[in-house]
Design a protein around this ligand. Structure first.
Ligand code: ADP
Ligand code: TZD
Ligand code: MG
Length: 569
């Protein structure tokens, strides 16, 4: 075909971005189109990348973050300049906070105009704004650097502690053309983006020695352990050592919550009484009371072993006696290798005491769950979902709210790893529909989103997205007429209290509006029937579960974090 007069084949910024992503195994993008990336979304779709188009960038960003957590590939969120970028930024910061790998790719306006602040369309110095809110931030100005830019973004998102990365692509870049062959050569397929990091042998021995000497050992599994995808080894470590364990919320299901060694039902007892605690991919942040205070019993009564990929996580709150730095897969297999065949199980008075307390608490909970109050409450509704997840352990549970979150976390048992996605480290509202869409898209499994009515409102419009892509998502809105409760009153009359919503809102009609199934459920029977049908049919469904508006408590289980006014009224 070629002859001397024919110009060499050209490529451009659009195609180089798409080719670089595809070369690195990226098969899905979560986006909201507009200037300057509309054509990029079209061309990516035409090139076989699955484009999931959202109604708001925050939810596209949350979807990318959840996809990253579930797959160990960076989830990609694509947005327009300034306002679209800012809408995606909360998700990027949240992903970084939670150690989920994602890349926010935003188009941006003309550098020359932005930098002189001459007032371009959607003008903003996005790179500078993103930098403090993510793990790394890059800008590509020349088409021949697109390959490097995407390779650096992927490596930054995945290596070491995973997190969010920002990639700035100015409008002019997309139309820049270059020789197709040279363009192809400029792309980089990232080799080993998350290299294993083997723990030092002496640190493994130190951890084993500490564990061996423990009288009341405890293992805490965090979402880092779920992310690491070394499920069989983690289970083997727990079962071979015989040590009781506590899963943090997104580590639930790494071992089934019904496992004999789970200490979840007697959490406060084991945290207070343990003498050696091994943290596996869990930080000693507020969710673990910073490793000190009343929760942790007698001051200085415990020693910590901490497995984490980030060395600077050690001693962040309390001294870590045995830091084990490396990737969780390598650390856990090194511990397993070091256990030998004669590992003594923990003293029976410790494990039996836990079992007895646990059985007592579980019996109490079973009695509460069996009650069937005239108006559905959190317990009677969640009991239905508990049974549904037991029947479909492969379903993914998404969960947000205050009481709706706290009760669901303790009542709905999980059976398989990475099946629970929730508000994470920040306790952020708004992840619901983004996480649900991602879970359905990347796994194809049924998704059950357990949503407080306030929590649902943050991303509710994405039910259209769920219907548009016909995703097997069943949203259950726990409708208690408000934030925490529906009973607050404004002492002055007039406007409603700030925590309450329109009473008896018909959330199910939102799903109906877009062709999905909407059901109003006043009883556990109605809820069970609708949920069963939703999971069986895979049809987008929203169940408006009417919950006793008096049943919740302020801020759920974290009431104590509310500052108290010194002045009485
Ligand atoms: P949780 O909220 O469940 O307690 P955190 O988000 O606080 O969990 O902690 C997760 C920890 O896991 C982070 O400190 C992170 O550095 C670590 N981590 C994530 N992935 C890995 C991995 N593959 N290997 C080792 N540590 C990891
Ligand atoms: N905004 C964001 C982004 N995150 C938050 N966590 C909050 C606001 C504050 N907040 C909570 O911490 S929980 C919650 C809000 C607004 C909603 C609780 O109401 P709900 O759940 O209806 O979702 P319950 O079941 O009524 O308690
Ligand atoms: Mg509510």
């Amino acid at each position: 075909m070629t002859n001397d007069t024919q110009a060499p084949e050209q490529t451009d910024g659009f195609h180089l971005v798409i080719d670089a992503l595809k070369l690195n195994g990226i098969d899905t993008i979560f986006a909201v189109p507009g200037i300057p990336i509309t054509d990029l979304t079209r061309k990516a779709q035409a090139a076989g990348i699955r484009m999931i188009s959202f109604r708001h960038e925050q939810h596209a960003g949350n979807a990318a973050a959840a996809a990253g957590f579930l797959t160990q590939k960076p989830g990609i969120c694509l947005t327009v300049s300034a306002p679209g970028f800012l809408n995606g930024l909360t998700a990027l910061a949240n992903a970084t906070t939670n150690c989920f790998p994602m890349i926010l790719i935003s188009g941006s306006s003309e550098r020359e105009i932005v930098d002189l602040q001459q007032g371009d369309y959607e003008e903003m110095d996005q790179l500078a704004i993103a930098k403090p809110l993510c793990k790394a931030a890059y800008r590509v100005l020349h088409a021949e650097d697109i390959g490097v830019g995407i390779a650096r973004a992927i490596r930054s998102a995945l290596s070491g502690r995973p997190g969010g990365v920002y990639l700035d692509l100015p409008a002019k870049l997309f139309a820049q053309s270059m020789d197709a062959e040279a363009g192809k050569r400029s792309l980089i397929k990232v080799v080993d983006p998350a290299p294993r990091q083997l723990p030092a042998p002496d640190s493994v021995q130190r951890a084993l020695d500490l564990l061996k000497g423990a009288k009341r050992p405890l293992i805490v599994l965090g979402k880092g352990a779920a992310y690491a995808q070394c499920d069989a080894d983690i289970r083997a470590l727990i079962e071979k050592t015989g040590i009781p364990y506590l899963p943090m919320s997104m580590a639930k299901g790494l071992l089934p919550d019904t496992h004999a060694q789970s200490a979840s039902a007697t959490r406060s007892h084991v945290l207070a009484e343990a003498d050696v605690v091994m943290l596996v991919g869990a930080r000693l942040n507020w969710l673990l009371s910073h490793g000190k205070g009343k929760t942790w019993g007698t001051p200085a009564s415990k020693q910590f072993i901490q497995i984490d990929i980030s060395p600077t996580e050690m001693d962040s709150n309390v001294p870590i006696a045995a830091p084990l730095i490396g990737d969780i897969g390598s650390c856990v297999s090194a511990l397993l290798a070091g256990l030998g065949n004669s590992w003594a199980k923990p003293p029976a008075d410790w494990t039996q005491g836990i079992t007895e307390r646990k059985e007592k608490n579980q019996a109490k909970m079973a009695a509460t769950l069996a009650l069937n109050p005239a108006t559905m409450n959190f317990h009677s509704a969640l009991n239905v979902i508990r049974n549904a997840v037991k029947a479909r352990p492969d379903a993914i549970v998404v969960n947000e709210g205050a009481n709706t979150l706290d009760f669901a976390r303790s009542i709905v048992d999980m059976y398989e790893p990475r099946k629970r996605l929730d508000v994470g480290t920040w306790g952020i509202m708004g992840i619901g529909m983004g996480f649900a869409v991602a879970a359905a898209v990347v796994t194809g499994k049924p998704v059950i989103a357990i949503e407080g009515d306030s929590a649902f409102g943050f991303s509710g419009m994405e039910v259209e997205t769920i219907c548009r892509y016909n995703l097997p998502v069943c949203v259950i809105v726990f409708n208690n007429n408000g934030i925490y409760k529906g009973t607050d009153v404004n002492p002055l009359g007039g406007d409603l209290a700030p925590t309450v919503f329109v009473k008896n809102a018909r959330y199910e009609m939102m799903m109906q509006a877009f062709g999905g199934v909407g059901v109003l459920a006043n009883t556990p029977e109605e809820l069970a029937k609708a949920l069963d049908e939703a999971v069986k049919s895979g049809k987008p469904t929203l169940i408006n579960a009417i919950i006793d508006e008096t049943a919740g408590t302020e801020s759920g289980r974290i009431t104590s974090l509310n500052p108290q006014s010194a002045k009485k009224k």
